[in-house]
Write a protein that binds this ligand. Structure first.
Ligand SMILES: *Cc1c(COP(=O)(O)O)cnc(C)c1O
Length: 388
């Protein structure tokens, strides 16, 4: 089979399984209503939960930084790329997270695939929740540590695996704080307790909790009344913060080790000044935006109640992420297309992002949706209900 035939075979197989993905072109800023493929649609597919991507003072901070520092960082951070925007952002992030130090990476994906191989390697064990984000899965693969999966949020299963574990140098437990495709919150208090009992390490991916949960949006760890000190918290600046970048928050000595060992930190160019300045300005706005957080969770509750009343099957989310379970991938795509015809964008999520048989619409609300946006979305779900 030549190269081109192979491409065609792979492409056909994806299509037949209902798993072929397409890019949509967005022709507007990423607001609560967007222009998608030329149509004006209610956006239920954004991680820009607080609407900060288009906040005027954040855009203006990005523009000023570009004017002062230029368009790019010009080098990796250990060489010439550690512009002072990094120092400002990392200091402020550490304050927001209540930890000794923070290290910023190019993205959340890069953060996870970089941190995990530093924390665990050959001879170590990683215990990972079955619904953890793909970047965690890839980080585990890169680490060469032994990996065992525990059932979703099942602390008893985690305990069993810990009790069975012997002969490993170190054990790392890793979990999403808020699960990205499910919207539920990990039982971190119990997980933290067993972490301490077995002298393990705990890494929490708080991509979707940061900016939304906890005092001043500081995240899931604070939301559950835990101290950040002994927990390794990673998160991203691409969701509620509305920009780009990943981070790790923890002890100063951990950050020092990452600077020396994390390959995704060392061997890549620093982020552009505008991106760093936008994140810093957004962090500032985020921390004082209690009303936006309240509005976000209020919209989520309205949507959850309405979709449940319409007879949709939702997983038990406690956050702004509402998984509407459809089942088969093709059907999920069909429902998403039908919603789009009603000018509502809710992306279909299919394997391998979610387990087989649980293809879903991942509905996310934004604090900046109006009540009438939410009502329009609910009406569209009512119209397409017969398809499910
Ligand atoms: C989005 C996401 C990431 C990756 O973050 P990016 O900044 O988009 O690369 C990591 N973990 C979780 C749980 C996420 O949802």
């Amino acid at each position: 089979m030549d190269y081109y035939e192979w491409l065609q075979t792979e492409h056909r197989a994806l299509k037949q399984a209902g798993l072929l993905r397409h890019l949509h072109t967005v022709m507007s800023p990423p607001t609560s209503v967007i222009t998608l493929n030329g149509n004006y649609v209610v956006n239920l597919g954004s991680n820009n939960y607080l609407g900060l991507s288009t906040h005027p003072s954040i855009i203006s901070a990005a523009a000023s930084a570009a004017m002062v520092y230029g368009a790019g960082a010009s080098g990796s951070r250990l060489l010439s790329g550690n512009i002072e925007c990094y120092t400002t952002l990392e200091t402020n992030l550490a304050k927001a997270k209540g930890t000794e130090a923070v290290l910023v990476f190019s993205s959340g994906y890069v953060a996870n695939t970089s941190i995990i191989p530093v924390l665990a390697g050959e001879g170590d064990l990683i215990l990972s929740d079955e619904f953890n984000h793909a970047s965690i899965i890839d980080g585990c693969r890169l680490s060469h540590a032994k990996k065992k999966i525990y059932q979703h949020c099942d602390v008893e299963h985690l305990k069993t695996l810990l009790a069975e574990a012997s002969g490993y140098n170190r054990i790392l437990i890793v979990t999403d704080g808020v699960f990205s495709m499910d919207g539920d919150i990990a039982p971190l208090r119990d997980i933290y307790e067993v972490t301490m009992k077995y002298n393990a390490m705990l890494l929490i991916d708080d991509a979707h909790g940061f900016g939304v949960l906890g005092k001043d949006g500081s995240g899931t760890v604070a939301h559950l009344g835990l101290e950040g000190e002994y927990i390794i918290q990673m998160g991203t600046l691409s969701k509620a913060i509305g920009g780009l970048g990943g981070y790790v928050a923890g002890k100063r000595i951990l950050i020092d080790l990452l600077i020396n060992r994390a390959r995704g930190f060392i061997f890549t160019t620093g982020l552009p000044p505008a991106t760093l300045a936008a994140a810093d300005a957004a962090l500032n706005v985020m921390r004082s935006s209690r009303n936006l957080r309240r509005q976000l969770l209020k919209h989520a509750e309205t949507m959850k109640v309405a979709l449940t009343n319409l007879g949709y099957t939702l997983l038990p989310s406690q956050t702004q992420i509402l998984p509407v379970i459809i089942g088969e991938p093709q059907r999920a795509t069909d429902v998403a297309e039908a919603l789009l015809a009603e000018d509502v964008f809710a992306p279909a999520i299919r394997p391998p992002a979610v387990p087989s048989g649980t293809s879903r619409l991942r509905v996310t609300v934004m604090a900046t949706h109006t009540d009438s946006d939410i009502q329009k979305a609910i009406d569209a779900f009512a119209t397409v209900r017969h398809l499910t």
